[in-house]
Design a protein around this ligand. Structure first.
Ligand code: GLA
Ligand code: ZN
Length: 670
């Protein structure tokens, strides 16, 4: 079990340089009142600690870290490379990015350095090294936070040159590259590496997100993800030269499309991420993101940022209701977090985030609702001590998440522009969430044999070895569910010929001859074998059975009567195929059948609208019971008479959970 920290870190981003020093002492006092024990500092201080090319000035950072260390705070120290100083961009314009339209950006904003600029690499690496040299052996520095929210892309000449090098390494020969990108199409064959141009609006791009050649565009995404990862590794290695063992991370962003986080996580000591749901984000959607972040390393993660109250950058920045931040924090812990951080500890004086929520508001007092709620949570987390640290979430269901597939699926031209990757996974995840079934989000090269059921919707790209691994899993008794837009292309976006779903066809026991697109406002009907009818939309595969049994048929359009949901026995296991987007009640029927066939156990059997989630370690089995339903909910019978770890009280029969109420129960591990 991985336990990078000795206590639950509870704190957040702290940028005291915006205030006079008298305020810092006041901050320390208030943080202690709130039981805050950690602070993330230096995230955007590059310009402060390196005011000119050859000048480094750590005096203020020294003071900040001394102040925090004196008070026994755990410091999460950022390398400050997420926003460049103005002098750097002025002197070396190549450090700023060229955008998709080919425009070189000027100084401004943040998270926008060209990852392939040698100048950027030199100065960022040097900064990380200097910080590590200075603070690497401070015992209060418990974690390094490299840069900030890596992302975006650059289309400059340095990137183009680096892309060619990356391609040479990948393909070795132009013949292999021409074939992989199918450049015979439109006669785009290249005869020299220098003829390759990067895919942006000026070349293969169609509109903002489309491409004439998905092969090159997917490779560019892989290359960009790798380029930014090289930046991360460069800083990490610079730190390691002076600090051999402090935990190193960078804050990720859930299902952010631009970076292959499974690849990134291999280079990170611990995954951390920033959770910013909107006022109307379903709680199952947030739960899925947590599970994905846990899945990256199959280990507990850090919540680096969340707002204690509201954001500023959503269209509507509603307040978190009383109790909501607390419940959201426990949901985060329930799904695998071992730390809770806020953005930020004191609200900014100016800039675009001055309306972003913070632990200490502009009023500067502890006499606020938000501060009181932060304090309540702080006291509870303090009383939990280290009991929960490192606890695992044990799952019998794995949902495949794959960035290559994410990119490829969303680059497809046809059959519909409305098909987006994460939405499809959310639809399946919702079922397991509502049925209290723990889920791991897993990569395509996961060990499937750990699961009873593997869920792989829109597995459009089937890379080498994946179909074989899935076949083995099913043959040995596993249950797999997949469906429309699956098994279609290889890792270069070329079609697996011979009929959809290509390499999945044999185990699915069906052939999808045609794919219909259903336009907005239209729908089709499906009828289950027992006669129940539901709507479906988005796309409809027209199937032929090749050994599978039909569970439902289409009940409208010219393909009425042809199968819409099937199950095939393959070896000792079963494969379900869902040929269209089913309305939720219909998907529930299919997944009820699947969980039953696979023998998947929920955390709790009783029907309840509460979220019930479990973590387990040597100290016990911890069950989190959370009310996100918006209305009162009765406590499930099995918890009556148990002690709530958060309040210490015994929870009696007939107890009702009000919206955002949370209980945490613990029993000895079996
Ligand atoms: C991100 C950044 C922070 C801050 C918050 C605001 O997560 O990492 O610096 O801008 O958003 O929500
Ligand atoms: Zn660039």
């Amino acid at each position: 079990m991985s336990k990078p920290f000795k206590r639950i870190l509870y704190g957040g981003d702290y940028n005291p340089n915006q205030w006079p020093k008298e305020v810092w002492d006041e901050d320390m006092r208030m943080f202690k009142d709130a039981r805050i024990n950690s602070a993330t500092v230096n995230v955007f201080s590059w310009a402060k600690i390196q005011p000119a090319e050859e000048v480094y000035d750590f005096s203020e950072l020294d003071e900040i870290i001394d102040t925090l260390s004196r008070e026994n705070f755990s410091v999460i120290l950022a390398t400050a490379t997420g926003a460049m100083p103005a002098w750097l961009v002025k002197r070396y314009p190549e450090v700023s990015r060229v955008d998709y339209e080919g425009r070189r950006h000027k100084f401004g904003q943040r998270h926008n350095a060209c990852p392939n600029s040698p100048v950027f690499q030199k100065y960022a690496g040097r900064l990380a090294e200097k910080l590590a040299e200075r603070y690497g052996n401070n015992p209060h520095v418990v974690c390094w936070h490299i840069s900030n929210e890596y992302g975006g892309e650059c289309y400059c000449e340095n990137c183009e040159k680096a892309f060619r090098v990356w391609l040479r390494r990948k393909y070795a020969t132009l013949e292999a590259l021409n074939k992989a990108w199918n450049l015979e199409f439109w006669g785009h064959t290249v005869y020299d590496w220098d003829e390759i141009v990067l895919p942006n609006a000026l070349s293969e791009g169609i509109g903002l997100h489309g491409t004439a050649f998905a092969g090159i565009s997917i490779d560019y995404r892989r290359f960009m993800s790798d380029s930014l990862l090289e930046n991360y590794k460069m800083e990490r290695d610079a730190i390691r030269r002076f600090d051999p063992d402090t935990t190193i991370t960078t804050n990720l962003m859930g299902t952010y499309k631009g970076l292959d986080y499974f690849k990134w996580a291999k280079e990170m000591d611990v995954v951390s991420w920033d959770n910013y749901p909107a006022y109307n984000t379903p709680w199952s959607v947030t739960a899925m993101r947590h599970d994905l972040m846990r899945g990256l390393k199959a280990a507990p993660f850090m919540l680096m940022e969340q707002t204690p109250s509201q954001q500023n950058w959503q269209p509507y920045n509603s307040l978190k209701k009383p109790g909501q931040m607390r419940a959201q924090s426990y949901q985060t812990i329930a799904h695998g977090a071992d730390t809770i951080g806020f953005f930020q500890l004191r609200r900014s004086v100016g800039g675009c985030e001055k309306f972003h929520g913070a632990v200490i508001s502009h009023a500067g007092t502890e006499n606020t609702r938000v501060f009181r709620e932060v304090t309540q949570l702080g006291k509870e987390l303090e009383s939990l001590g280290d009991t929960l640290l490192g606890a695992e979430n044990r799952s019998q269901v794995g949902i495949i998440f794959d960035w290559d597939n994410y990119w490829a699926l969303e680059y497809t031209s046809g059959p519909t522009q409305d098909l987006t990757y994460v939405e499809q996974l959310d639809a399946y995840y919702r079922y397991f969430y509502e049925h209290h079934i723990s889920v791991d989000m897993i990569p395509t090269d996961a060990d499937f044999s750990k699961y009873k059921a593997v869920v792989a919707p829109v597995l459009y790209m089937v890379k080498e070895g994946v179909a074989e691994a899935l076949e083995r899993f099913v043959q040995q008794g596993g249950t797999l569910i997949t469906g429309f837009m699956s098994g279609i292309v290889d890792e270069s976006d070329n079609v697996h010929l011979g009929g959809y779903p290509g390499p999945l066809r044999r185990m699915c026991g069906i052939w999808a001859e045609e794919i219909d697109a259903i336009a907005p406002g239209q729908h089709n009907l499906v009828r289950f074998n027992d006669g129940r009818e539901y709507t479906c939309d988005l796309v409809c595969d027209i199937l032929h059975l090749e050994g599978a049994q039909p569970l439902a048929h289409y009940a409208s359009d010219f393909y009425a009567g042809s199968p819409a949901v099937t199950v095939n026995t393959f070896g000792q296991g079963k494969v379900y195929y869902v040929a269209t987007r089913l309305e939720p009640d219909a998907l529930d029927i299919v997944l009820d059948g699947l969980t039953e066939a696979a023998g998947v156990q929920p955390v709790i059997r009783e029907k309840t609208a509460l979220e019930v989630t479990q973590r387990v370690n040597e100290n016990g089995v911890f069950t989190f019971v959370l009310n996100f339903s918006g209305v009162d909910q009765p406590l499930p019978a099995e918890f009556a008479g148990q002690r709530d770890m958060l309040t210490g009280s015994v929870i009696g029969e007939g107890t009702v959970l009000k919206p955002y109420d949370v209980y945490l129960f613990c029993r000895k591990a079996d």
